[in-house]
Design a protein. Structure first.
Length: 194
């Protein structure tokens, strides 16, 4: 049993380094994010420091991965994916990807609003692609005010002020891919028949 535990703990260091590098984060940046000293982070990654729960919990949170993924816990044999929805301001986002960095995928549900919604556009780094599944989505993008129906898609630079809302008496559900600036999703479409 001790041998198996040592193997698991030895593999944590390279996994931590790989996650940090995938996110393109320096040890100093990670130290500022987690409150763990640069020297401790360096020793964890090189295997010179044995990981413990006090160190692994903030690192799992910073890297956006579950603790069992961070330590390489063996699979349980259960094929179900247990996605944890995030609810903010009445909107529900279900993460569809579980790795740190790169393109992130979400299913987003915005409930119907009994009152007209006042858009509050926001900006941030990145690039976003969305596809409407059900309902109608209001997308305010810069000076444009658009309504997208099921089957319609949009992509845009998130440095342009943008806001989403539902239209009508039913909630809107859409898929959203979000990535760093320059990571763009492209939909290939056949030309219209003449």
């Amino acid at each position: 049993m001790e041998d198996e535990l040592d193997k698991v703990l030895t593999a944590v260091g390279p996994r931590l380094r790989a996650l940090r590098q995938q996110r393109d984060v320096t040890l100093a940046d990670l130290s500022a994010e987690t409150g763990i000293s640069v020297s401790t982070l360096s020793r964890l990654e090189s295997g010179r420091r044995r990981p413990n729960l006090e160190l692994l919990l903030p690192l799992a949170k910073a890297h956006g991965v579950p603790l069992d993924e961070l330590v390489g816990a063996p699979p349980t044999g259960d094929p179900r994916i247990h996605l944890r929805p995030i609810t903010r301001v009445g909107r529900t986002m279900v993460p569809l990807t579980r790795r740190a960095g790169g393109v992130q995928a979400y299913k987003v549900v915005i409930p119907a609003s009994p009152r007209p919604q006042v858009p509050e556009p926001k900006v941030h780094e990145g690039y976003e692609w969305l596809y409407v599944l059900n309902g109608r989505l209001r997308l305010v993008l810069g000076e444009q005010d658009l309504v997208l129906s099921p089957g319609e898609a949009a992509e845009f630079d998130t440095r342009v002020p943008h806001w989403f809302g539902s239209v009508g008496s039913e909630p809107v559900e859409f898929l959203c891919l979000f990535g760093r600036q320059g990571e763009r999703a492209h939909v290939r479409a056949r030309p219209k028949a003449k």
